[in-house]
Design a protein around this ligand. Structure first.
Ligand code: ATP
Length: 508
């Protein structure tokens, strides 16, 4: 710290400043000599490829991690040796993607959670509860609603509100829009703008240029742990310029050459699928066809995909591959896997990445039939498989032997994807496959899915990302009330149309 850098509170236009900040994890220098400022009362975007150091940076300024070098100033004063509790007391809150919400208490009580321990026995509960209810007025959240019953946006709002209720003046949002619909995202943004008017500062991490351009006043871009650039005026940048800053090169968007399958025999036939949430009479997929499932949350897209993989109970329904006789839908994921179906969950934690195992072991975990013969593991086969997918997925780590829990979030997602691709399925179901993946790797992932389909694998992609659907699918199914309301293919597929389809339903 240099004495000249410290300023009186209020003097500094930056609520946060970091100077020559570094963070080392063993041999990895995750952040090196980063200096930047976050202006008070602004929304400051933080961008960068997977593993660029975004989570590390916000981990340092929120007190979760200790810097290896450099200084952090809050309100002009250097902060040292602080932990999360102290930073929260100072008004700095990190809101992660996993909402820290207690399902079996009310929304209002959730707001009070951070306050319980700190005020010990002297809490005026009645007043606190009234204050919490007042804070929820106009947010569309019923203070008395059980938190477990709230939708995705309400839960994210509740997280932000809790930070506010506990005196938050800087709120850090780590990819808050993942898997939100266009409407949900718009609501979240207008809520952030309102809070900004009230003087709250936001740090906003996102992989989506359009979000940064829409909501942020300023932004900083990290590349390989260093500050690659940034601006105090986001309006002066184009999306292409942002991509170049992030990647250090121009971005070439992937676009699949859409295929038509007129007259081809189906590779997969689903019939009379019925459950509490879906009712689909018939759905066919051709060999090598990629179909997008979309719709509002709960409309049936995700629900049908999960039913096909034996993850959701069904009352009826059959599946047939090629000319085989129809069989009942798989009752469990194990049955589905044995039939040649692979599934990528939208939640890598539930998807069972084994944190203490290496990248390579995690990739080959589901492909035991490929790497084992007559019950014996073949290390060379495992090595080949893991090397191949490690390279194909562009995983940022020293090598396949690196432990999974030292990877950045986006790189863990790539391991999950590599693992399902390595199983060489007949039918591949991907739920939000590029969530958390940066714009550069997203193109690689789409290319890999495209190549896989050309070997004859049929693919279903469940996605709320209209641009992703447009660039990879041959056909789109729009779900509503548990059924396929509409299908379109070829030239009819456009992001405008997809947004329109889901918007009409939401408005209607
Ligand atoms: N606990 C850890 N141990 C070792 N290395 C780590 C640890 N946490 C992060 N790293 C490494 O530090 C670098 C930066 O990771 P970080 O999570 O900050 O990236 P990020 O920009 O947030 O990426 P993403 O977009 O994928 O979330 C990566 O190379 C990562 O592998």
């Amino acid at each position: 710290m240099t004495a000249a850098s410290a300023r009186q509170p209020g003097e500094d236009p930056f609520i946060f400043r970091v100077e020559n900040l570094s963070k080392r994890y063993g041999p990895t220098l995750a952040l090196r000599d980063v200096s930047l400022g976050i202006r008070r009362g602004t929304i400051h975007g933080l961008l960068g490829e997977n593993g660029a150091g975004k989570s590390t940076l916000v981990g340092l300024i929120s007190g979760q991690r200790v810097p290896s070098g450099g200084t952090i100033y809050l309100d002009g004063r250097p902060i040292e040796n602080v932990d999360v509790k102290q930073m929260e007391k100072a008004g700095v809150f990190l809101v992660t993607q996993e909402p820290m919400i207690i399902d079996h208490v009310t929304a209002a009580e959730n707001l009070m959670l951070g306050i319980w321990p700190s005020r010990g026995g002297f809490v005026n509960w009645r007043k606190l509860r009234a204050d919490a209810s007042r804070m929820l007025e106009g947010t569309g959240i019923d203070p008395q609603a059980m938190a477990g019953k709230l939708g995705a946006v309400a839960r994210r709002k509740l997280n932000i509100l809790r930070a506010m209720f506990s005196g938050g003046k800087v709120i850090i949002l780590d990819e808050p829009t993942a898997a939100l619909t266009v409407q949900d995202r718009a609501h979240l943004f207008s809520f952030m703008r309102e809070l900004k008017e009230q003087g709250v500062t936001f740090i906003f991490i996102s992989h989506y240029n359009d979000e940064i351009l829409e909501i942020c006043d300023a932004c900083s871009v990290l590349r390989d742990g260093m500050l690659a650039g940034g601006t105090e005026d986001v309006g002066s940048l184009t999306s292409e310029q942002l991509s170049e800053l992030v990647l250090g090169r121009g971005l070439v968007l992937f676009q699949r050459e859409r295929r038509t399958f007129a007259g081809e025999e189906p590779a997969v036939r689903l019939r009379e699928v019925a459950s509490d949430t879906v009712g689909v009479k018939a759905f066919d997929l051709r060999p090598g066809e990629i179909v997008g499932f979309t719709g509002l949350p709960g409309a049936g897209a995700k629900e049908l995909a999960r039913a096909i993989f034996g993850l959701a109970p069904t009352r009826a329904g059959t599946i047939a591959f090629g000319t085989q006789t129809p069989r009942p839908l798989p009752a469990t994921p194990r049955d589905a896997f044995d039939m040649g179906i692979a599934f990528l969950s939208d939640d890598r934690h539930r998807d069972g990445l084994v944190a203490q195992m290496s990248i390579g072991e995690n990739i080959s975990l589901s492909s035991l039939s490929v790497v084992a013969r007559a019950g014996f593991l073949r290390p060379e086969a495992e090595q080949l498989l893991s090397d191949r997918y490690f390279r194909a997925m562009g995983i940022k780590a020293a090598g396949p032997a690196t432990l999974v829990d030292t990877l950045s979030g986006g790189n863990q997602q790539k391991v999950c994807l590599g693992r399902v691709l390595a199983t060489k399925p007949r039918l591949l179901i991907l739920d939000e496959p590029t969530r958390g993946i940066d714009i550069g790797v997203k193109q690689d992932v789409l290319r890999i899915i495209d190549e896989l389909s050309r070997t004859g694998v049929s693919v279903i992609i469940v996605s709320t990302d209209a641009d992703e659907i447009v660039r990879i699918v041959d056909r789109v199914c729009v779900f509503e009330d548990g059924t396929i309301r509409e299908e379109f293919s070829g030239e009819a597929i456009s992001s405008e149309r997809l947004r329109q389809e889901t918007k009409e339903k939401a408005d209607g």
